[in-house]
Design a protein. Structure first.
Length: 278
């Protein structure tokens, strides 16, 4: 191995065991990300000045109920997305594994579609504006993405292209070639950096008082970050939408950017949302 190649840390994908059950870092990251996202949404709703001039559009009890709907949409959408978008042939032959998220993980874009459906259904049920629910959900998403990408790194999956950069690594299931640790690039851009950007939007720009703005900025930020990171990430082998240098992940991210532009351009001004609380 070249002296410039960093050694892969080789962390056990199993965080700990409970009797016959193994708790893996991926599942732990998913659970902790959801809990932290839920707590962060509660913090945002409880901070009334962020919602000026009209105040929070929903109660803390509604946030708790909303998270249950959101989790359902994320899990169902993520698994169906993994089956339909990335490996339909395999899951057609192994349909029982669709309901086993520990086998094959989840598609982020599928989880996003599932979350949007859950948001629309909950908005219709409660009369809380769908854009407000989208803003809350998107403000907390980078926390889960950060933890999820770190778990991808621990699992030695979704690694990058072969590279000779000083921080390249030889992944256990990636052959003998040093590669970009693209999972860490995604953790930094899609997770940490995007959370910081959204924090500015919510706390300095009072973005929550303009329904749709936070969600629009997140869609733009994630879509752009994913397209950039895909340049370094090894694409899904044999995917029909890998066209030349363009990957399936980049194509799936393009509509996110388009929708993000729409939400930002049409976000309500604070003066127009007075009195429109649930």
């Amino acid at each position: 191995m070249s002296p410039l190649v960093l050694p892969f840390p080789g962390i056990d994908p199993v965080a700990f065991s409970l009797g016959p059950f193994d708790v893996r870092w991926y599942g732990l990251a998913f659970a902790v990300g959801l809990i932290l996202g839920w707590l962060y949404m509660r913090t945002l709703v409880a901070d009334r000045p962020l919602w000026q001039p009209s105040g929070p559009a929903l109660s803390l009890d509604q946030v708790d109920a909303f998270v249950v709907w959101l989790i359902t949409g994320v899990v169902v959408g993520g698994r169906l997305g993994q089956a339909l978008l990335y490996d339909p042939a395999y899951y057609a032959s192994h349909p029982a594994e669709i309901v086993q998220p520990w086998k094959g993980g989840m598609s982020f874009h599928g989880a996003l579609v599932g979350a949007i459906i859950a948001i629309l259904l909950y908005a219709r049920r409660t009369a809380v504006a769908a854009r407000t629910l989208m803003d809350l959900a998107c403000a907390g998403i980078p926390i889960g993405v950060l933890l999820g990408r770190i778990a991808n790194f621990i699992n030695s999956e979704h690694w990058g292209h072969a590279s000779d950069v000083p921080w390249a690594m030889v992944f256990p299931n990636g052959g003998d070639t040093p590669r970009h640790p693209s999972q860490l690039y995604e953790a930094l851009l899609e997770g940490l950096a995007l959370f910081a950007l959204l924090r500015i939007v919510t706390h300095r720009r009072l973005g929550l008082a303009r329904p749709g703005l936070v969600a629009g900025v997140w869609l733009l930020g994630y879509g752009g970050a994913r397209i950039v990171c895909e340049v370094f990430r090894e694409p899904e082998t044999g995917h029909a939408l890998n066209i030349g240098p363009v990957t399936a992940g980049q194509l799936f991210s393009a509509p996110m950017i388009a929708f993000g532009i729409y939400l930002v351009r049409t976000a309500a001004r604070p003066a127009t949302v007075i009195g429109k609380t649930a």
